[in-house]
Design a protein around this ligand. Structure first.
Ligand SMILES: [Zn+2]
Ligand SMILES: [Zn+2]
Length: 426
């Protein structure tokens, strides 16, 4: 009566547990018998059970493994779980949902867009080979590497189909014997108590490792010892194109572990950009700050102000007589990050940081007089009716700004919480 459990749940092969849970939640809600008109209830109940069963299989690692290797027949073999087995009639569906969503923060949260992915190709309908699981991991890259692009080589150990027995697990002429423990099914049914009611649960047979049949010790392949796969070290290469960004995925197709009778999945690297000491990145633009002295800010300069991500010095000429102000921004077109699959680049924003003489600067009175004469004087004085001359701490720290109020602040919150009571009393 059902095609495939993934279709019942409308999810994609390789979906994460969160995605399965989220799809389950969506499907369970839409087929919840309480949510449909009276006459549709019997159908809804069947659908709900199917959804429930699909979820149990896909969410449970062991069952999912059985499903991925044996398909749905492994679960249908013992009868018709959609109708016969399954849940006793008096299960409170709300209880069931509460169990499922327990600790998930209620029904509201976490139903992101993944829900419906219907009609996608590759649903294992008939004779199509199943694919082994994709392997995804984060890969940290420096901003320099993302700027220049790079080919990374690394050694990877993976399971490959045994070259001697071609994944059979036994010697050339040997025949695998049917496992007597599970009668060749690869699974055993176990009655389990779960959340206050009994469920039938399919577990992989431990005698044959879920295979249904195995070779006697003398017939086992010498190379893989009957495991069908062997570990192999392989040098893999991945290319990070210039301009790649955090979150970009680099897919090494078919490089995941090999499993007999399955198409190998992919190794997927998700790029994570390391923090950079000098540059900030936003899309294809870069930002950095550079120091100029007060004298340079006033009199101009011509020098390298910063080293770019590819090691080039970036030289600026600021003409004499043009003042550079603190935090002024100099935009340099075309010196940002490369833009993938194009020859263009983003822009570089350089923020001016004017450095003043250190504390130990010891100018003579004559020098100070000269500076005073040369530089513009203050604005017109501020007039006020009363004037207080005050003392000050020359080493004030902005982290203390507002800090004294920290306790006072929380007192405010308390006051706020009491406010409704005050209102009621008024
Ligand atoms: Zn072998
Ligand atoms: Zn067995």
């Amino acid at each position: 009566m059902r095609n495939d459990d993934r279709q019942v749940l409308e999810i994609q092969r390789g979906a994460s547990k969160d995605e399965i849970r989220s799809a389950y939640r969506k499907a369970a809600l839409s087929s919840h018998p309480d949510k449909v008109p009276e006459d549709e209830r019997p159908t809804a109940e069947i659908k709900f059970k199917a959804v429930q069963e699909a979820y149990e299989i896909l969410y449970d690692d062991q069952k999912r493994h059985i499903y991925d290797t044996h398909g749905m027949s492994a679960f249908n073999g013992s009868g018709d779980p959609g109708m016969g087995g399954g849940m006793p009639g008096d299960v409170d569906l709300d209880d069931l949902l509460a169990q499922m969503f327990g600790g998930m923060g209620g029904m509201g949260g976490g139903m992101p867009g993944m829900g419906g992915m219907p009609g996608m190709g590759g649903m294992p309908g008939g004779g199509q080979p199943r694919r082994s699981r994709n392997e995804q991991q984060d890969y940290e890259v420096s901003l320099e590497m993302l700027y220049k692009g790079k080919t990374v080589k690394f050694a990877s150990t993976k399971n490959v189909i045994c070259s001697l027995c071609k994944g059979k697990g036994g010697k050339e002429k040997a025949k695998a014997k049917e496992c007597s423990t599970c009668e060749g099914q690869g699974i055993r049914e176990v009655i389990m108590q779960q959340g206050g009611f009994l469920t039938k649960s399919a577990q992989p047979c431990t005698t044959c490792n879920g295979q249904g049949r195995f070779f006697s010790p003398k017939d086992k392949c010498k190379k893989c010892k009957g495991k069908k796969t062997t570990e192999e070290k392989k040098i893999l290469e991945m290319y990070i194109p210039p301009g790649s960004r955090e979150g970009d995925k680099i897919v090494l197709e078919g490089e995941a572990d090999q499993v007999p009778d399955q198409e190998p999945g992919d190794i997927i690297f998700r790029l994570v950009q390391e923090e950079h000491e000098v540059f900030d990145r936003a899309g294809s633009d870069l930002r950095a700050s550079f120091d100029v002295t007060v004298a340079e800010a006033l009199t101009g300069f011509s020098r390298v102000v910063i080293k770019h991500l590819d090691g080039r010095g970036i030289e600026l000429t600021h003409p004499a007589g043009k003042v550079l102000s603190p935090l002024q921004v100099l935009k340099i077109p075309g010196e940002g990050m490369p833009i993938k699959r194009s020859d263009s680049k983003g822009d570089l924003y350089l923020v001016v940081n004017v450095t003043f003489p250190e504390e130990n600067w010891k100018p003579t009175p004559e020098m100070l007089e000269k500076i005073k004469q040369v530089l513009p004087g203050p604005e017109a004085p501020i007039t006020a009716e009363t004037v207080d001359e005050v003392e000050f701490d020359p080493k004030g720290n902005m982290e203390e700004f507002g800090a004294q109020d920290a306790q006072g602040g929380s007192a405010w919150v308390d006051d706020d919480e009491e406010e409704p009571a005050q209102c009621a009393a008024q």
